[in-house]
Design a protein around this ligand. Structure first.
Ligand code: KIV
Length: 264
């Protein structure tokens, strides 16, 4: 695999080619992600759940993120590395700037933040100063306490309209990629069609430009398999083969199937 940049991903969207994204938190898994030729690795704050054993991502802090980004970058020099800005690390524009710079200096190529219109200025500021940004709409896990649980978002007409507006606003502000998590398939398809940037889905149906999953879920290591995920190790000889199978199914459109999405 050639070194992946934002230009690679934009070209894939233009050509109508889907690409896989997977989380990783350490050098060993990250090395396998590179060997499986997966274009993007996400150092997600899901590490709060799968590495630290917490019930949510809100316990993850900047020190945790820097530690895991550095490990992931030591194991992989080809995939594009996105890193989550953790809970409350981007509550003000000053914090956003300083913390995003810190993650990039640790090795991330792009930072991800969760939320809609309220992030417009922060995204603009990061983008103008040369830090690529990935937005995240739908079920944004850092807001789990506000949502009252992990629930599909954008189900009502008003909520769907709001998400569509937020997606356009984030794109105009300068986000380079957008994650849609647990969003009804028709809404995710509409957002993907209307945006020029690549849209990455998780529980958002088959029509987004890319898919992202948590590596521990696709290896069957999580106590409960989320509806939108799939164990790719069951039919594979080893972890690298499971990652390659995931990549192949995303590229061909075989994953996700209807059963992994939400109709409404
Ligand atoms: O933290 C994470 O792993 C994520 C993905 C599930 C999108 O944000």
């Amino acid at each position: 695999m050639q070194t992946v940049t934002i230009n690679t991903l934009n070209a894939l969207k233009q050509e109508g080619k889907k690409f896989p994204v997977i989380t990783a938190y350490d050098a060993s898994f990250s090395r396998l992600v590179e060997l499986a030729e997966i274009e993007v690795v996400l150092v997600g704050d899901s590490l709060g759940n799968v590495i630290q054993g917490h019930g949510s991502t809100v316990t993850v802090d900047m020190d945790d993120m820097v530690y895991h980004i550095q490990a992931v970058c030591r194991g992989n020099s080809k995939s594009l590395v996105i890193a989550d800005l953790p809970f409350m690390s981007y509550a003000t524009e000053e914090q956003t700037m300083a913390n995003a710079a810190h993650l990039v200096q640790a090795g991330a190529h792009m930072v991800k933040l969760e939320g809609g219109a309220w992030l417009e200025e922060s995204v603009l500021m990061l983008s103008e100063r040369g830090i690529p940004v990935c937005g995240h709409l739908g079920l944004t896990p850092q807001s789990v306490n506000k949502f009252g649980g992990y629930k599909v978002q954008g189900r009502t007409k008003e909520a769907a309209e709001q998400m569509l507006q937020d997606a356009h606003l984030l794109e105009q502000a300068g986000v380079d990629l957008l994650v849609l998590e647990c969003v009804p398939t028709p809404l995710a398809s509409k957002i993907t069609d209307e945006l020029n940037i690549p849209v990455i889905g998780i529980g958002a149906g088959p029509n987004t430009d890319a898919q992202v999953l948590v590596i521990y879920d696709i290896l069957g290591l999580s106590p409960r398999q989320p509806k939108f995920s799939k164990n790719f190790l069951t039919d594979a000889d080893d972890i690298e083969a499971a990652l390659a199978a995931y990549a192949k199914e995303v590229r061909s459109g075989a994953f996700p199937a209807a059963e992994h999405g939400f109709k409404s």
